[in-house]
Design a protein around this ligand. Structure first.
Ligand SMILES: Cc1cc2nc3c(=O)[nH]c(=O)nc-3n(C[C@H](O)[C@H](O)[C@H](O)COP(=O)(O)OP(=O)(O)OC[C@H]3O[C@@H](n4cnc5c(N)ncnc54)[C@H](O)[C@@H]3O)c2cc1C
Length: 498
């Protein structure tokens, strides 16, 4: 049996694939270009603050969701504390009116009806859809690639009650849907709930999971979470080589047979799994030799999640009564200088995680999306002082706006940290600095992407670039599914225990 498996990338999908393959008797090694695990699921330290770079909510945070049991195969979920927010977010308008998005669906309905009675019919239609999907679970235990005709029939029966609403809500983008609403504040609330190009179904799922209290935030943040999976992997006998950038996937007679690192070290393998960025894997590591029209069209045409600037502030004061996530209008639009303009900003106030800041202090994070990653990469490459000056200028504007909103920001500032699309690319290599891979739009729907490449044996691509919609739980499933596929190929029963 082919036993020696090399995995590229110690993001969540690479780590999870490694854990399950170790459980099934394979010898795996992970090669990670960064010095820490987690990929996008990360945090970093600044003067006593832990700046979180990822998880707003983790699907499967409670036993009421099937994914919890999959997470439990890797980490002891009982040892993690989760916060189930009472509100998803709040949006303010220029007159100081506030629209809350409570995670309890009855409360949400009441709040929206009270503040936007003119949209009653649409509100009732939306909340009916959320209620319908409370308790709905996508099948997660078996890799769809391994479905038998009988599994397919079972799936059709399971999906039957949901099929019509599923089709309806996946076929409309949030941007188009919000246009139907009359109330400007409710329109804006929908606008800021996620990415407007995403299908409304994504919002419906998220609110249904939050209502069910199965999409909480893990106290301690994202790197702490990734470290738990890293520990499971190392305890099961896996090896991680940090600071090891893979440059090439070596092939012989159209079979992957090893990897070559940037330092020219060669590591032979029976099977290679790339859990790294899809674009680099297909077009650089494999030099575009194993692709077809479909893959090329996808990489030319499909929309990706945008990139972003993250402005993180460590502030030496508490924010007891502040909402944990607030969008508010700016007095003057914020121009990023790369062609992007924001007239609202959203701030996360980490008053719910005592681990991330020293006592009596608080971490604030503002994310500003941009589709122009090239501007940031070129600026950093060509003129590092101008790049730093631009970061400072944007941070100053954000601090000014937060001062207007809360007061006592600049006067209590301990830490200012700005990451840009160039940072995301430098640390994770994600194409265009995207934060979650392919967008789940009405066009992509629940698009099925293959984990194999045409004409290449003994190779798999996993993670957010083959799982539209991305996300941490999807990365878990991608890693688990590839392990099942490999076991099946070797006629091995799939085990989920060490
Ligand atoms: C700001 C932000 C908020 C988010 N919020 C949420 C959320 O609330 N809930 C949720 O579920 N998801 C969230 N996500 C998305 C989630 O983090 C990702 O979809 C998921 O972590 C992707 O995991 P992955 O393993 O597929 O890819 P990645 O995390 O990109 O991992 C790829 C790994 O491969 C490594 N690599 C790349 N190229 C090479 C190479 N050549 N050689 C060696 N190593 C290489 C990278 O360094 C990286 O470690 C968020 C992401 C961001 C950025």
């Amino acid at each position: 049996m082919a036993k020696n498996i090399k995995i590229i990338g110690a993001g969540i999908s690479g780590l999870c694939a490694g854990c399950y393959l170790q459980m099934n008797g394979y010898d795996t090694e992970i090669f990670e270009m960064n010095s820490v695990p987690g990929g996008l699921c990360t945090s970093w330290e600044r003067k006593g603050y832990t700046i979180d770079g990822c998880i707003h909510w983790l699907v499967g945070s409670s036993p009421s969701n099937k994914l919890y049991h999959l997470w439990n195969e890797l980490i002891d979920m009982k040892k993690l504390d989760f916060v189930d927010f009472k509100e998803y977010l709040r949006v303010e308008d220029r007159d100081g009116q506030v629209m809350r998005v409570p995670t309890d669906i009855d409360e949400l309905e009441q709040e929206w009806l009270d503040k936007a009675p003119e949209d009653k019919a649409l509100i009732m239609e939306f909340t009916k859809a959320v209620r319908k999907f409370v308790g709905f679970e996508m099948p997660a235990k078996k890799a769809p690639e391994l479905y038998s005709p009988w599994d397919g029939i079972k799936m059709v029966f399971q999906m039957l009650p949901y099929w019509r609403p599923f089709k309806k809500w996946i076929s409309i983008s949030t941007g188009d849907y919000m246009k139907k609403f009359k109330n400007p504040l409710l329109k804006n609330t929908l606008r800021y709930m996620f990415i407007p190009e995403m299908s409304v179904l994504f919002l419906i799922f998220t609110l249904a999971w939050m209502h069910q209290k199965s999409a909480g935030y893990p106290i301690g943040g994202s790197l702490n979470f990734a470290r738990l999976i890293e520990k499971k992997y190392l305890d099961s006998g896996g090896k991680i080589h940090y600071g090891s950038k893979v440059e090439k996937i070596i092939t012989e007679n159209d079979r992957a047979c090893g990897i070559e690192l940037q330092n020219k070290e060669i590591h032979p393998a029976d099977i290679v799994i790339s859990a790294a960025d899809g674009h680099t894997t297909i077009f650089n590591m494999l030099k575009g030799k194993y692709t077809d029209q479909k893959i090329e069209k996808d990489y030319q045409n499909l929309l990706t999640f945008p990139s972003y600037l993250q402005i993180s502030l460590g502030v030496a004061r508490t924010f007891e009564d502040a909402p944990h996530h607030l969008y508010f209008p700016l007095t003057r639009p914020l121009e990023l200088g790369d062609g992007t303009r924001h007239d609202h900003i959203g701030v996360r106030v980490f008053n719910f995680d005592p681990i991330l800041s020293p006592k009596g202090k608080t971490l604030l994070i503002v994310l500003l999306t941009t589709d122009n990653h090239t501007f940031w990469q070129e600026l950093r490459d060509k003129d590092i002082s101008a790049y730093k000056a631009k970061k400072k200028e944007i941070a100053d504007q954000v601090i000014h706006s937060l001062d207007q909103k809360f007061g006592g920001i600049r006067s209590h500032l301990d830490v200012t940290d700005v990451s840009t699309p160039a940072t995301v690319i430098r640390y994770t290599n994600n194409w265009k600095g995207s934060f979650e891979g392919w967008l789940l739009t009405p066009e992509t729907g629940m698009k099925n992407m293959k984990k194999t490449l045409p004409g290449l044996e003994n190779f798999y691509l996993i993670g957010q670039w083959v799982e539209p919609g991305g996300g941490v739980p999807t990365a878990l499933m991608s890693g688990r599914n590839v392990a099942q596929i490999i076991c099946k190929k070797h006629k091995k029963e799939f085990e989920t225990q060490t």
